[in-house]
Design a protein around this ligand. Structure first.
Ligand SMILES: [Zn+2]
Ligand SMILES: [Zn+2]
Ligand SMILES: [Zn+2]
Ligand SMILES: [Zn+2]
Length: 429
């Protein structure tokens, strides 16, 4: 992990996570954020028969461990490299090979703790990981009890590996909440792994970084531009913010942004046009992913606008679409003052470039609605009149949209002649 670029954090109310340093330069799309060896890992049963237990490559595995007759290797080199790790598990690996992967992982952790003589209950390098034992007890107490009992049965001749119930539950929790599926190059799961640092990255529907596995080693790269100060914002373990389902961690990862408000200054960040354009386009299309957190989405849009302003002209189509999206979100959140500011920014741009466009007509309609909400009736009337004038040109005065605006105007001031005069409304702005 490059501490210049990313940092681990733990803050009250936010929990723990990984983030791009606020004072850093941000992270370019595709750059390697960090790489890390697994703290523990296991291979799925079928895969364990046809893959080298060190490099995890699917090839002939002629070398077999004399002790367990279970661990196989493609070469002496791989066997040698795995020796230190394998000797911790050699005497129990046959007992656990058929167990569910969570249980295999727990036993692997117990073996590691035992052999490293780590203080009981203190997992040193994975002590940072959340275990969410209370949630697990609430949601699947039966499952937890079954796991405990299987562990005791499986390890009945290895009682020295077992630890007190509370510590054991914590390890089960850590394994359940933080494990990665190890994927091969075809993105098929071949095993499971736990990492001291990578496991602190949380699930997201719109991940900003992606994992790739080299053997059991994980490499994490930025899937898109990551802003300085961006971090993971939620600590619900593996619970999808959109669909609330439990999701395999590797299907989505993130170093998510938070709303702590780090402000970008000129020259602070990437000025690569293509990167910024991609970032903006992805963001505009990810409204659904942020359905439950509009404030956060708005924050990202605003940051995106700041970035774009440094490299694009105002009338850039991507810039305009981000601005439009920000306006939509404000209206949806009924943040009228904020919405009005976005509407006015858009108005200044669109008025110059799109004199009779539908977009401009609709913008004035929205602006009128916002002004009504703010109690600025006279301003609202002006906006709605302009909207009516523009949309009458583009849609014809009989159109529902135009009729609707006419009705609103009539309600505002029933006696006002100008609102009724539709036939002569074709003048320009
Ligand atoms: Zn190998
Ligand atoms: Zn062995
Ligand atoms: Zn999701
Ligand atoms: Zn932050």
């Amino acid at each position: 992990m490059d501490r210049e670029v990313v940092e681990l954090f733990s803050e009250p109310g936010k929990g723990k996570g990984v983030r791009a340093r606020a004072a850093g330069r941000g992270i370019r799309q595709g750059s390697l954020i960090f790489a890390e060896d697994a703290y523990i890992f296991t291979l799925d049963l079928e895969e364990s028969k046809r893959r080298c237990h060190f490099c995890l490559q699917k090839k002939t595995v002629p070398l077999v461990c004399y002790g367990c007759k279970y661990a196989r290797y493609c070469s002496e080199k791989c066997q040698e490299h795995d020796q230190q790790h394998h000797m911790m598990e050699c005497d129990v690996i046959n007992l656990i090979s058929g167990l569910a992967s969570n249980l295999k992982m727990v036993v692997a952790a117990l073996c590691k703790m035992h052999h490293l003589a780590v203080e009981r209950g203190q997992l040193s390098s994975i002590s940072n990981l959340m275990s969410h034992v209370d949630d697990i007890k609430r949601q699947r107490a039966g499952g937890l009890a079954a796991m405990m009992s299987t562990l005791h049965t499986t390890l009945k001749f290895h009682l020295d590996y077992l630890i007190d119930q509370e510590s054991l539950e914590k390890i089960i929790g850590k394994v359940m909440c933080n494990s990665f599926a190890i994927l091969d190059d075809d993105h098929q799961q071949i095993g499971t792994a736990l990492y001291a640092q990578a496991s602190m990255i949380n699930h997201s529907c719109t991940p900003n970084c992606v994992p790739v596995f080299i053997g059991s080693r994980i490499e994490i790269r930025a899937a898109r531009v990551i802003l300085p100060g961006e971090e993971d914002a939620k600590m619900e373990c593996l619970k999808c913010p959109r669909c609330s389902r439990q999701i395999p961690k590797t299907s989505a990862l993130q170093l998510l942004a938070c709303s702590c408000g780090y402000k970008l200054t000129s020259g602070d960040f990437l000025t690569d046009m293509e990167d910024i354009k991609n970032f903006a386009e992805n963001l505009v299309n990810s409204r659904k992913s942020y359905a439950n957190e509009p404030e956060h989405f708005l924050y990202l849009l605003e940051r995106c606008l700041q970035l774009q302003q440094e490299v694009f002209h105002d009338d850039n189509v991507t810039f305009v679409s981000v601005l439009e999206r920000a306006l939509d979100v404000c209206v949806e959140m009924e943040e009228w003052q904020n919405a009005l500011e976005y509407a006015e920014r858009l108005e200044r741009i669109l008025r110059v470039y799109l004199q009779n466009d539908i977009g401009l007509g609709l913008l004035y309609k929205t602006k009128g609605v916002i002004q009504l909400q703010l109690g600025r009736t006279a301003d609202a009337k002006q906006s709605l009149l302009t909207a009516k004038r523009l949309l009458t040109v583009t849609h014809g005065w009989r159109h529902d949209l135009v009729q609707h605006i006419r009705n609103v105007l009539t309600d505002l001031e029933p006696d006002d002649e100008t609102t009724l005069d539709h036939e002569n409304d074709f003048s320009n702005l």
